[in-house]
Ligand binder design. Structure first.
Ligand code: DX5
Ligand code: ZN
Length: 240
């Protein structure tokens, strides 16, 4: 067991790598998924976009159903859709393991998180870069994951916005108050070899990477590099 702790004595959780299929070759999705399974991905991040909440359209429940039939990887579904409550049942029935909703997209985020847990699913909450972290802090007792967006949601391959990492510290304080076993902290957007260490140093534990994994010819090497760089940075912070 990893007994490393950060400067404040908080136990560091192991690094988890979550390739985002947004940057995969959709015409070869099964092969792409096999490739990241072999590469040691810890979970599969699925970016759902509706053309309203974000200016792009991706997958619906039928695609998640096909993913479920083809992999045992944990399906981490990021819903970038208006009023996610309308689509919740469909994405649950399709076989999602965890569903993350945007706090800006609904008037009843707590109800949705509770509904997800009641159905035995992971409940994630996230926010756009421009949304203050204070909007999500009061919801964290009902969540299994806080996703910190480090780009404006909508597209892969954008530049990392480091100022969003400042949202992690107040969330870690809430987690301390609630007890160590509560929610995970995930980062999404612009994560790659140059940025993964900074995100780890700020306290992130789950790293979504689209172009930095699927954009590389050798996905095993890409995942291993990201994992090693994040772990290295975690060790360094622990030793400071
Ligand atoms: C952006 C998505 C991300 C995206 C990340 O709206 O939520 O998951 O796939 O892509 P990269 O890693 O290329 O920034
Ligand atoms: Zn995402």
């Amino acid at each position: 067991m990893n007994a490393k702790t950060d400067q404040r004595g908080r136990r560091l959780r192991p690094v988890r790598i979550a390739p985002s299929i947004l940057s995969a070759d959709f015409a070869r999705l099964r092969d792409e998924i096999r490739d990241v399974e072999r590469a040691g991905a810890d979970l599969l991040h699925v970016d759902v976009m509706d053309g309203h909440f974000v200016p792009n359209i991706t997958f619906g429940p039928p695609v998640v159903e096909c993913l479920r039939a083809t992999t045992d990887l944990y399906l981490d579904v990021h819903l970038m859709v208006e009023r996610p409550e309308r689509l919740l049942e469909a994405f649950i029935d399709a076989g999602s393991d965890r569903i993350t909703i945007h706090v800006e997209a609904t008037e009843r985020p707590r109800e949705i998180l509770e509904a997800l847990r009641a159905r035995g699913k992971g409940a994630g909450i996230t926010l756009r870069p421009g949304t203050p972290v204070a909007r999500v802090l009061p919801l964290l007792d009902a969540a299994d994951l806080l996703l910190i967006m480090t780009v404006e949601p909508g597209f892969g391959g954008q530049a990392f916005m480091p100022e969003n990492l400042e949202k992690i510290a107040p969330a870690l304080e809430v987690r301390e108050r609630l007890g160590q076993e509560r929610f995970w902290i995930q980062v999404d957007g612009g994560i790659g070899e140059e940025t993964v260490g900074r995100a780890r140093a700020a306290g992130a534990e789950v790293f979504v990477a689209g172009s930095a994994v699927f954009g590389r010819p050798d996905r095993a090497e890409a995942c291993a590099r990201l994992r090693a760089l994040a772990a290295e940075e975690g060790e360094r912070v622990a030793e400071e």
